[in-house]
Design a protein around this ligand. Structure first.
Ligand code: FES
Length: 164
């Protein structure tokens, strides 16, 4: 009796220990999983990747000459913040039509600048040259200057930014 009772007592103690351990694990999971999710969820979230950015009043743009706009946007991916600086050339034609170019060279992403004397966009890195309409004049660049989609709302020029 004492031997079997001792074995029975140990087994009961083991059972209780096991149940307490199991309950502890369940409670830890109930509390811990949402807490872990709360902590790591920003790392899994991506901020909105596209946006419409106002550049200015269309009627203040010079006619026929590229005007440079620059602005910086902060993109948040998880815990990391990245600042992206944009350069945008806008040309307003006499007809009212607009052309909106990125100032990023399509070769290796240097910044082109408008050269008034030569009436060209010139890339300082490998002497890539683009015409006023963004087309290629000469250089290693594989395609014309990229254009932004735009719209005019209440006289304000808005461009569509897509961040990757
Ligand atoms: S980066 Fe512009 S020509 Fe190479």
């Amino acid at each position: 009796m004492s031997e079997s009772g001792h074995e029975h007592g140990l087994s009961r103690r083991g059972f209780v220990t096991g149940v307490v351990g199991l309950l502890g694990s369940i409670i830890a999971a109930i509390i811990g999983i949402p807490a872990i999710g709360y902590l790591i969820s920003p790392a899994l979230k991506r901020q909105s990747q596209d946006d419409w950015v106002p550049l200015g009043q269309v009627d203040t743009l010079p006619e026929g000459e590229p005007k440079l706009f620059t602005f910086t946007r902060t993109q948040k991916v998880g815990w990391e913040r990245t600042a992206n600086t944009y350069g945008v050339y806008v040309i307003r034609h006499a007809s009212g039509e607009l052309e909106v170019f990125s100032n990023i060279c399509t070769h290796l992403s240097c910044r082109v600048t408008w050269n008034e004397a030569e009436s060209q966009f010139i890339c300082p890195c490998h002497d890539g040259r683009f015409a006023k309409d963004g087309s290629i004049i000469s250089g290693p660049q594989p395609r014309p200057l990229d254009r932004f989609e735009y719209q005019v709302e209440d006289g304000t020029l808005m461009i569509h930014i897509v961040e990757v």
